[in-house]
Design a protein around this ligand. Structure first.
Ligand code: FAD
Ligand code: NAI
Length: 467
């Protein structure tokens, strides 16, 4: 029987990062993955393929504004969707291959098959070649991730009524894509197909899209996407989705009970994801699964079985790749006797539309609800020379700071390159900077990052320089 110090079940960003850190710390480490490619949701059907399609479709959209820059393109520019999807798959394959390389480099034993607990120290691997093997492991890290969820009355057929997984490998651009859920997946993939020529309608239950983020960001993103042609039906509860041949009908009610009927050729169901523990046989190891389907963990990410830990989408908290990664590192270091810590308040959230949307720390709504006195400083991108030079004028940066101490409590931004700019906010907040600290730091000119300095100046004592 093969014996390991640590066995990781699941090779997504949580699992493979945990395995690498365990190996770095000297543990004899194994990883079990049921699919033939490593990388989990993020690399195969999540972050990486969606960003590849966002990048390709963004190029297409930008091409249509080339004339403004004095570049004349003659001949008809058209989308070759098959080629775009093929390129996306090449990006995915290369990235997944990179994880295999990292496993080999760190001498991590990879098992291909479904891992299920026999007891707290033994895991059966039902291999994809039909054989099986039992491993003995001192510690196990569950990193089995999540799957798309749906609504009880929707029959997802994966052809016309689809999830994000199918939306990443379409064979045609939809004529009318009806999206249920104005969260991150709905908005990112909605923008991909909007750019490629589809009519896109988003039906959202709450009163705004990307409801988890600061309301100011939702408002600005809605404005920009409406300008681009996306249609929104917020405060609408979907009640029925039916398919007849190539037609899909979505029915929803608004708050007053008025019925909305949308006819499309595809319906993307993007109402969240559910933690995935199917086939894990967690109970055999004494691992408790909560009513919400998550693996129950304490502050150290330890499950109800003392030698078994769980990380990533399968446990409480944001379903984000970088959150899963931090948790993987934390558990490995904890097993090695270190004292790691994650400040969950400082895990940034990003939406990779263009303009990009990003936030970290408390939103204005959260500060108001908690009764915390704060001051806010905003700066619009349109007032920046860099933004004008590249014609990326939409959006703003907002800095929220404690009214008395000036400590930054939250930073929220929408605009060009905000997915990268948010890192400055995280660094500042990790070091508990004040708004004035940021305001007094030199930011290269001309850059988009100057919006951060200006917003910090505005928050300090309303002394932004360029508005
Ligand atoms: P997963 O990545 O889900 O990996 C779990 C792995 O475990 C899977 O490979 C699964 O096959 C395997 N597994 C499950 N059970 C077993 C078993 N019993 N035996 C063996 N193997 C098993 N997050 C971001 O931060 N940024 C983004 O831009 C982003 N974009 C996304 C876009 C889309 C379309 C989607 C769907 C998600 C996106 N996410 C993004 C979310 C991100 O993909 C997840 O938060 C992340 O993958 C979670 O990592 P994980 O390691 O917990 O689990
Ligand atoms: P989500 O939780 O972001 O959004 C789901 C949306 O559906 C919510 O706005 C919700 O109010 C709405 N909704 C729920 N029930 C509804 C109903 N009956 N009718 C209409 N609307 C309804 O989930 P999503 O977009 O499916 O993404 C899943 C996870 O994947 C998220 O947790 C997200 O963090 C992660 N992800 C992250 C990305 C990123 O970091 N850029 C990109 C894509 C996904």
């Amino acid at each position: 029987m093969s014996q390991f110090d640590v066995t990781v079940i699941g090779s997504g960003p949580g699992g493979y990062v945990a395995a690498i850190r365990c190996a770095q710390l000297g543990f004899k480490t194994a990883i079990i993955e049921k699919y033939s490619t490593l990388g989990g949701t993020c690399l195969n059907v999540g972050c990486i393929p969606s960003k590849a399609l966002l990048a390709s479709s963004h190029h297409y959209e930008e091409l249509q504004h080339f004339a403004d820059h004095g570049i004349e393109v003659s001949g008809k520019v058209k989308v070759n969707l098959a080629k775009m999807i093929e390129r996306k798959q090449q990006v995915v394959d290369q990235t997944c291959g990179g994880i295999k390389f990292l496993m080999d480099k760190n001498k991590i034993t990879v098992f291909e098959g479904v891992g299920s607990f026999v007891d707290a120290t033994h895991i059966n691997v039902a291999k994809n070649d039909g054989t099986s093997e039992v491993l003995e492991s001192k510690y196990t890290i569950i990193a089995t991730g999540s799957k798309p969820s749906s609504l009880p009355f929707i029959a997802v057929d994966k052809e016309r009524i689809i999830t994000s997984t199918e939306a990443l490998k379409m064979t045609e651009v939809p004529k009318h894509l009806v999206i249920i859920g104005g969260g991150v997946i709905g908005i990112e993939l909605g923008q991909v197909y909007l750019r490629l020529g589809a009519q896109v309608s988003v039906v959202e239950y709450l009163d705004r899209i990307i409801p988890g983020m600061d309301a100011g960001l939702s408002k600005e993103l809605t404005k920009v996407l409406k300008k681009q042609g996306m249609k929104f039906y917020t405060s609408h509860k979907v009640k029925e989705v039916t398919r007849k041949g190539k037609a899909v009908t979505v029915k929803a009610d608004d708050a007053k009970g008025n019925e909305l009927v949308l006819e499309g050729d595809y319906c993307l169901v993007a109402v969240g994801r559910r933690p995935y523990t199917d086939g894990l046989n967690a109970e055999a190891a004494g691992v408790k699964i909560t009513e919400r389907g998550q693996v129950e963990v304490n502050d150290h990410l330890q499950t109800t079985a003392a030698n078994i830990y769980a990380i990533g989408d399968v446990v409480r908290g944001a379903m984000l790749a970088h959150k899963a990664e931090e948790e993987g590192v934390m558990v490995a270091e904890y097993l090695a006797g270190q004292r790691p810590h994650i400040d969950y308040n400082l895990i940034p959230g990003v939406v990779y539309t263009w303009p990009e949307v990003a936030g970290v720390g408390k939103t204005e709504e959260q500060l108001k609800e908690a009764g915390i006195a704060y001051k806010a400083g905003s700066f619009p991108f349109k007032a920046l020379g860099r933004a004008r030079a590249s014609a990326d004028l939409d959006g703003f940066v907002k800095v929220l700071a404690d009214a008395k101490t000036d400590e930054i409590l939250g930073m929220h931004m929408i605009g060009a390159r905000c997915a990268d700019l948010i890192a400055e906010a995280v660094v500042a907040m990790e070091f508990r900077a004040s708004a004035e600290d940021l305001a007094r730091m030199s930011h290269a000119h001309p850059t988009f990052a100057e919006a951060i300095k200006e917003a910090a100046l505005a928050a300090t004592d309303n002394r932004a320089l360029h508005v």
